[in-house]
Design a protein around this ligand. Structure first.
Ligand code: CP3
Length: 347
């Protein structure tokens, strides 16, 4: 069996080449994605395995990538839990009804991963059949807290007032929602591994919206329980992205995963020594500023080299951006990044 550089790097083993992929590598910056999206709503796209597989594969046709991430969204499981998910033009995801009380929580159900979310597994299998041996198939989910934040607010938020209201006024309902999401996420991720995922990633984009004490007592234990249980049952590496949460690294003792995905705002060398100081033996992923991809070729290449240099002391490094690619960036710039990473291996 050919080894996959991304899996090796995630486990901290030496690799023949530096693995590289991009958060949101499928999406609106690609004309071929916009072409598919013209005719289909985002949630329908996620629910239709053939189309989801097609857009997942689009960046792999263009670029020399080491991984493919299944095209879906962290909010997809909210639908079988009992919320309607829509993506209105220009205002991101909306979930109805929002979960703002114990009574609303009581109406939610735990999905049957195979039955209710099997379309994600089907898409994953279709993609996996098309991958080359060295390429890793990544499955993913939102971390319980970040998904809960959308479920409670009913949308994205700047102030998280409803989230805080539930946390402070009905703490048991807040904890109950996290617990339900822990169980849902475990089944959902295991289903993805059974369908062919070689590696898993958990997105906790809004982890830094809580006090550090709540992060330690509520947010992190929820995601770490998911990681522990999945790792107990599946032999795949796990990547955790704690949003812009460098200060939260203090609270990651006992982290059961293999990789921390570092936000682009953080200096990678500092993140590496910080994680080491906290006692974690982990690899890192990241962390080019995705907005660099609007710049000229020289600037893109210079910033790529900077990330490579910053990653120097890592146990293992998976090259990536430090947050998702955005619609306005230049698709050609992705090639400059990849070429610069490959060049650095030859020198
Ligand atoms: O990386 C990939 O290629 C896989 C696909 C992927 C999407 N969303 C597709 C998507 C992944 C891994 C996600 C995760 C996700 N979704 C997160 C965590 C990562 C992060 O960005 O912090 C969050 C917070 C969401 C929730 C979400 N979904 C938001 C806030 C939005 C709107 C933002 C936007 O760009 O409009 C989405 C929609 C979404 N998810 C799009 C894509 C490609 C845009 C949909 C479209 O209009 O075509």
């Amino acid at each position: 069996m050919t080894t996959k550089p991304m899996i090796e790097a995630a486990f901290g083993r030496p690799t023949k080449r530096k693995p590289i992929w991009f958060l949101r590598q499928a999406g609106r910056y690609l004309p071929e994605y916009r072409e598919v999206r013209k005719n289909v709503e985002f949630t329908e796209l996620c629910k239709t395995p053939k189309l989801a597989a097609e857009v997942t594969l689009q960046p792999l046709r263009r670029y020399d990538l080491d991984a493919s991430i299944i095209f879906s969204d962290i909010l997809v499981p909210c639908m079988p839990m009992g919320q309607e998910l829509t993506f209105g033009k220009g205002h991101g995801p909306q979930l109805n009804p929002p979960i703002q009380s114990g009574a609303a929580l009581a109406k939610l159900k735990k999905p049957d991963a195979e039955k209710d979310l099997g379309y994600v597994g089907e898409a994953l299998q279709l993609v996996k059949d098309q991958l080359q041996d060295h390429q890793t198939m990544i499955g993913f989910a939102g971390a319980p807290f970040t998904v809960a934040s959308y479920m409670i607010e009913g949308a994205g938020s700047k102030t998280y007032t409803e989230l805080k209201r539930l946390r402070y006024q009905e703490p048991e309902a807040f904890k109950g929602l996290l617990d339900l999401l822990v169980e849902t996420t475990i089944d959902y991720l295991i289903m993805q591994v059974n369908a062919g995922a070689d590696c898993l990633m958990l997105f906790d984009t809004w982890a830094n919206q809580m006090t550090a004490v709540d992060y330690k007592d509520l947010v992190f234990p929820a995601v770490n329980k998911v990681i522990r249980e999945v790792k107990d049952r599946c032999d795949v590496p796990l990547i955790y992205y704690p949003g812009q949460g460098t200060d939260l690294y203090f609270e990651l003792q006992g982290y059961a995963g293999d990789v921390i995905a570092v936000d682009w705002r953080t200096r990678l060398s500092r993140a590496i020594s910080f994680l080491d100081n906290v006692g974690l033996d982990v690899s890192v992923q990241g962390n080019l500023d995705p907005q660099v991809l609007i710049a000229s070729e020289d600037v893109v290449r210079e910033h790529t080299r900077q990330v490579l240099q910053e990653a120097g002391k890592a146990r293992g490094h998976i090259f990536n951006v430090g947050h998702g690619l955005q619609p306005h960036l230049n698709p050609e710039a992705v090639n400059w990044v990849i070429d610069e990473v490959r060049k650095s291996e030859k020198s």
